[in-house]
Design a protein around this ligand. Structure first.
Ligand code: BTN
Length: 242
């Protein structure tokens, strides 16, 4: 992963760019990565926009072709990618790095980055997956509306080499991806749970406009979040609900 790395100055979205490349040209090698200095229409999950100061942060997409993975196990890919990102950043940021379900990268209560995975299916298998990763690295300020965003620079007061970090992340993603390929999904599932933000902690959840206090007790194989609602049994959140 990352051996075939293309850097572009400006693009709408590296995910869209990679998708277009795939549909227009001959097959690309698995692991191809497209990195952009700046995106003018970066996309996040649930139709959100992804804003990132040009030249300061990581915005890139990777092509994987996990044809060994049944669609029903697609969430294992989400787990592997999140863990790869976390493990690459771990020497810098340590245990305070967490995965916020399903795949946000958090540092304490702040969002450091996000992942957008878009797949093409063939029957009940994943034909290809475009893995978009956005991480706040050297950005010093965020706009008011940016919510709880944070960057590595704000935490460590240092600038980091984007390309070197990207290659590090690709290496760790490859490690977890190969685990999946070797059938070690249990290992990946446990590692994911160990890094899950709010696991076993009472928190407020919002669902259908209603707020309730609950505790995350686990994540099902297919990615459904299981929250124990005090005394009232468990509630489950599918990937589209939260
Ligand atoms: C999220 O947290 O909602 C996911 C954000 C994903 C952003 C990355 S940046 C590189 C790639 N290209 C995009 O347009 N989005 C992803």
């Amino acid at each position: 992963v990352g051996q075939n790395l293309v850097t572009i100055k400006e693009v709408d979205s590296t995910n869209t760019y990679l998708k277009t490349l795939l549909s227009n040209s001959k097959p690309l090698p698995e692991g191809t990565a497209i990195m952009a200095e700046s995106q003018f229409a970066g996309r996040g999950q649930q139709q959100n926009k992804w804003h990132s100061e040009p030249g300061k942060n990581l915005t890139f997409s990777i092509l994987l072709t996990p044809s060994f993975l049944p669609v029903l196990q697609q969430f294992d890919l989400t787990r592997a990618i999140s863990l790869g990102v976390i493990e690459a950043l771990n020497p810098l940021l340590g245990d305070r790095l967490k995965i916020k379900w399903p795949n946000d990268i958090y540092y304490d209560d702040h969002k450091l980055g996000g992942i957008l995975i878009e797949t093409h299916l063939q029957g009940d298998r994943i034909k290809d997956a475009i893995i978009g990763i956005g991480l706040n690295i050297n950005q010093e300020h965020f706009e008011e509306g940016a919510g709880n965003a944070i960057s590595v620079k704000q935490i460590l007061q240092k600038d980091y080499d984007l390309r070197a970090l990207l290659l590090e992340i690709c290496g760790h993603i490859e490690g977890y991806y190969l685990k999946l390929k070797a059938g070690k999904s249990l290992f990946v599932r446990n590692a994911y749970l160990n890094r899950l933000y709010w696991l076993n902690e009472a928190r407020n959840f919002r669902s259908d406009g209603e707020t309730f206090t609950g505790t995350i007790v686990g994540v099902k194989d297919e990615g459904v979040l299981v929250v124990e609602h005090n005394n009232l049994g468990t509630r489950e959140f599918s990937l589209k609900q939260i």
